[in-house]
Design a protein around this ligand. Structure first.
Ligand code: SF4
Ligand code: SF4
Length: 498
């Protein structure tokens, strides 16, 4: 690749106090000094000849040889393309993770309620026979490592069936040599000490839906009869944390609350939550338009707070930063934005299959049922599997790390799972920019913590696998050929960047 073409493919950005270079072709992320940053920007803007002479006019102490050395050293980045992770990217359709709707009934009436949006009628897995059909489907059609997530409505309203499925599935999976793990997404109101014991016994991960401090929680998430919920769910959250059950808090934030985003994040970490996910309520098209400028400001505060505390925590508590840190560390691009419709499926209480939990109940997204299995020829699955880069993603520097965004959010905006809301894209790119900034900051200023973070990802990340640095070369080449990525011979790198 010629220098000019190569340089024009780079993404350059000043993120807070750092000048960064990111190569979407190789996933290298590098901190630049301000002179190299300026030079590359000039070349991108004016082309190589005019860009270099313009740059040299401003920096008379440098000469053309210095410039050539910088360019040549950066070209070394072009030598090693990124690789892809088979587990995460494989187009094979096998349920490895399912979101099981135990009931559409709920004891809450949240202001942004998903059930109300889709008008889902009351469904419930009522007896053990229906549960057995689901268990049969999971054991016969599911992968040898299964993740089962219980959803609703409020899944604890159907605790009898939940317990039956967890007990039966665990026992039968063990006999078949399969591994199964469980999670639950709950509003936390019905958690009791005996429910906590059950979670511990079956090693549940709990996704605890709670929106923040008293005023916000009580406003957004009252009971069905309009009562406040903060005191009960806070007590139950503390009980879970004290019992050592792994908890991720999932908060939903309304547009008018966006300036409290950081406050909500801090509220949870100060109350001992190790993993926090805060998502703007996706309430139809244009839900991101108004909130982007204040949201960016709030995300910056979250990033700075994470950096301040990284020595104590040795991992980000903010889930989006963890995700992108893992991708950057692995240098493995995504082929799909998520596992929906390939590895991940939503199962409704009446046994129909959907691409993921958020599509459950949407008529156009039924892709089979537990008796006949996944219909791979369905239009939805085919659309998910065939995912060539298209506008605007094909022009986006973040594409290898994002791969087109959430199908559900895209669909709610445009009616097309592959057509994203440009304002939602700004949110994603801001998350990635700040993750890059954190990556470089931790790597440079906290190298011991950085190594610890890499080690923990090796075992926990869905992206874990063979790393580009440690993999044997023939394996990488096979992967590259498989995914149609051209391999080039690595060249020696000259380190002139910082
Ligand atoms: S940020 Fe938006 S444009 Fe860029 S890859 Fe993701 S969905 Fe596509
Ligand atoms: S489609 Fe969206 S909500 Fe569903 S699994 Fe993918 S990212 Fe998650």
């Amino acid at each position: 690749m010629e220098s000019e073409e190569f340089i024009s493919s780079l993404y350059l950005d000043k993120i807070l106090d750092e000048y960064l270079l990111f190569s979407p072709k190789t996933l290298h992320l590098i901190r630049l000094d301000n002179e190299s940053y300026e030079l590359l920007n000039h070349i991108k803007k004016y082309g190589i000849n005019e860009g270099v002479s313009e740059f040299l006019k401003r920096h008379p102490r440098l000469n053309r040889e210095d410039v050539d050395r910088i360019i040549e050293s950066l070209r070394a980045l072009d030598a090693v393309p990124y690789c892809l992770n088979d587990d995460y990217n494989s187009p094979e359709v096998v349920p490895a993770s399912v979101a099981l709707y135990l009931t559409s009934a709920c004891n809450f009436k949240c202001v942004y309620c998903y059930e109300q949006q889709h008008g889902i009628p009351l469904f419930m897995i009522r007896d053990e026979n229906d549960a057995d059909d689901i268990i049969e489907f999971l054991l016969s059609k599911g992968s040898s490592k299964l993740s089962v997530g219980f959803f609703g409505g409020e899944p604890l309203l159907n605790f009898r069936i939940l317990r039956y499925i967890a007990e039966t599935l665990s026992r039968r999976a063990t006999l078949l040599g399969k591994a199964v793990n469980f999670s639950i997404t709950t509003n936390g109101y019905l958690i009791t000490p005996s429910v906590v014991d059950f979670f511990k016994k079956f090693r549940f991960n709990v996704v605890f839906s709670m929106d923040g401090p008293r005023e916000i929680q009580n406003h957004n998430r009252p009971t069905k009869t309009g009562d406040s919920t903060f005191d009960v769910v806070m007590k139950n959250l503390r009980l879970l944390i004290a019992s050592g059950v792994p908890v991720t808090v999932r908060a939903t934030i309304l547009p008018e609350q966006i300036d409290k985003y950081f406050e909500i994040f801090r509220f949870f970490v100060e109350n001992g939550v190790g993993s926090v996910h805060i998502e703007p309520a996706s309430i139809g098209s244009n839900s991101f338009r108004e909130i982007i400028p204040p949201l960016k400001e709030q995300l910056r505060l979250v990033a700075e707070y994470e950096l301040q505390h990284i020595e104590e925590t040795a991992m980000f508590r903010y889930s989006h930063f963890r995700k992108y840190f893992a991708i950057l560390a692995s240098r493995r691009a995504l082929l799909y934005p998520c596992g929906a419709g390939r590895k991940l499926f939503g199962i409704s209480s009446d046994g129909r299959l959907y691409p993921c939990q958020r599509f459950v109940g949407m008529d156009g997204f039924v892709i089979g049922d537990i008796r006949s299995g996944v219909d791979i020829s369905s239009e939805v699955i085919q659309k998910i599997l065939l995912n060539p880069p298209r506008e605007p993603c094909s022009q986006c520097w973040a594409y290898p790390l994002c791969r087109g965004g959430c199908y559900y959010i895209n669909y709610m905006y445009s009616g097309d799972i592959h057509k994203p809301d440009p304002y939602y894209c700004e949110f994603i790119r801001e998350l990635i920019r700040l993750s890059m900034w954190l990556y470089i900051k931790v790597k440079r200023s906290h190298p011991v913590v950085f190594e610890k973070m890499l080690k923990s990802l090796k075992y926990n990340s869905p992206l874990a696998g063979v790393s580009e640095a440690s993999a044997d070369e023939s394996k990488i080449k096979r992967r590259l050929v498989k995914y149609g990525v051209r391999s080039r011979e690595p060249r020696r790198q000259h380190q002139v960047w910082k």
